[in-house]
Design a protein around this ligand. Structure first.
Ligand SMILES: Cc1ncc(COP(=O)(O)O)c(C=O)c1O
Length: 384
């Protein structure tokens, strides 16, 4: 195995943090109000404006957003979820008391296949969950058409796409949007999430559910005559984001388009300089604005394990998203219980076997990009 002679290390991802985040965090720490408060309110307003929806509700993770979307919409039946995703998409359906039904993916984009969705619809289907994989929106025209025809909800798992657009409309503005601010995502707060909606009733319910089922926040109550009076209208959770993290989010949302432009520029460089002989390169689908939260390629005619090892030996932080797919995870493996058939998830299994994630983050330098390209060339040769 080749050594990483130059000792250059290119991690899989790196958050784009500067003095804007640290200044705002210091402001919060010095303000004396560290829990959910004014910075959350400001972050929610900015995020809602950015996505183009009436309400955004900050949370401690995207998983919480997905869970509250399912519970908040009163879904207890079936939700169609792609199997080619992170387990959190399906887990949230289960923890909220509904049943995930797995559909297949499209090979080019790795996104939910609308034809497969149609096949999985039953009388029990209450929602579909498009997962916008790696920064690219799903085919929202076809999926919205299916949802409208059947009168079912759309819960977008847009953890991996912040700023991505389909026909000029941002993901998270089609149905109930669920975003993640984990450090690998388009923008980060360390841990964190956001739920977006135009449904004010749902927004009020989710806001209560995230804070012990209480209909007002501590910060809002402080402005009333009797701030000590709390009313729990639901048996809720504590899924709140603290103001220290909301401050990071406020700084990040200001930079999101700039960070996404940098990702797109790096992706174009990789598209142009990587050979497609043994790798299928990412495809930007028609009507889509891709934000390259990840830059994924599919290995063909080479040994993927050897390819990954050779990249890592050269300091290139390559990884796999996602293998195994959700239906083959130990919890979901029971095909009778979850009602999936192997032959209906063929593309998903092919993707899981061949996908490779290469480094992608706004701050990638030209030197790092060139190191990735050279390492990929060498790793392909080693893995043939
Ligand atoms: C598609 C998808 N859904 C959900 C999640 C969960 O996000 P979080 O870690 O914010 O709960 C992730 C995160 O990795 C993801 O990739």
């Amino acid at each position: 195995m080749a050594e990483n002679k130059g000792a250059m290390k290119v991690p899989l991802c790196k958050a784009y943090i500067d003095s804007k985040e640290t200044d705002l965090v210091r402001e919060v720490l010095e303000s004396g109000w560290l829990a959910h408060g004014p910075k959350n309110e400001a972050f929610e307003r900015k995020f809602a404006d950015y996505i183009g929806v009436k309400k955004a509700i900050s949370l401690n993770s995207c998983t919480s957003a997905l869970h509250l979307a399912v519970e908040g919409l009163g879904i207890t039946g079936e939700v169609i979820v792609p199997s080619f995703t992170f387990s959190a998409s399906a887990n949230a359906v289960v923890t909220a008391g509904a049943k995930p039904v797995f559909c297949d993916a499209l090979y080019d984009t790795c996104n939910m296949d609308p034809e497969s969705v149609r096949k999985k619809i039953t009388d029990k289907t209450q929602a579909i969950m498009p997962v916008h994989f790696a920064g690219q929106p799903c085919r929202m025209d076809e999926l919205m058409e299916i949802a409208e025809e059947r009168g079912i909800f759309v819960i977008e798992d847009t953890a991996e796409t912040i700023g991505g657009m389909f026909n000029g409309r941002k993901t998270g503005a089609f149905g109930t949007g669920c975003f993640s601010f984990y450090p690998t995502k388009n923008m980060t707060t360390g841990e964190g999430g956001m739920l977006t909606t135009d449904d004010l009733e749902l927004a009020a319910k989710v806001s209560a559910l995230k804070a012990h089922g209480m209909s007002s926040s501590t910060f809002a109550r402080e402005k009333t005559e009797k701030p000590w009076l709390r009313a729990s209208v639901f048996a809720g959770y504590n899924f709140r984001m603290c103001d220290i993290l909301a401050a990071v989010g406020l700084a990040q949302i200001e930079k999101i388009d700039m960070m996404n432009d940098l990702r797109r520029r790096h992706a174009k460089f990789l598209d142009k300089n990587l050979s497609s002989e043994h790798l299928d390169l990412p495809v930007e689908d028609k009507n889509c604005h891709h934000t390259y939260q990840m830059y994924t390629v599919k290995a063909k005619g080479i040994d993927r394990t050897k390819f990954l090892a050779a990249l890592r030996a050269r300091g290139v932080g390559a990884s796999v998203h996602f293998d195994p797919p959700v239906h083959l995870q130990p919890y979901y493996n029971d095909c009778k219980r979850f009602g999936w058939k192997k032959e209906e998830l063929k593309v998903t299994e092919k993707l899981a076997e061949s996908i490779v994630t290469l480094p992608m983050y706004p701050g990638l330098t030209q030197e790092e990009l060139e190191h990735v390209v050279k390492s990929v060339e060498e790793a392909v040769r080693e893995a043939r």
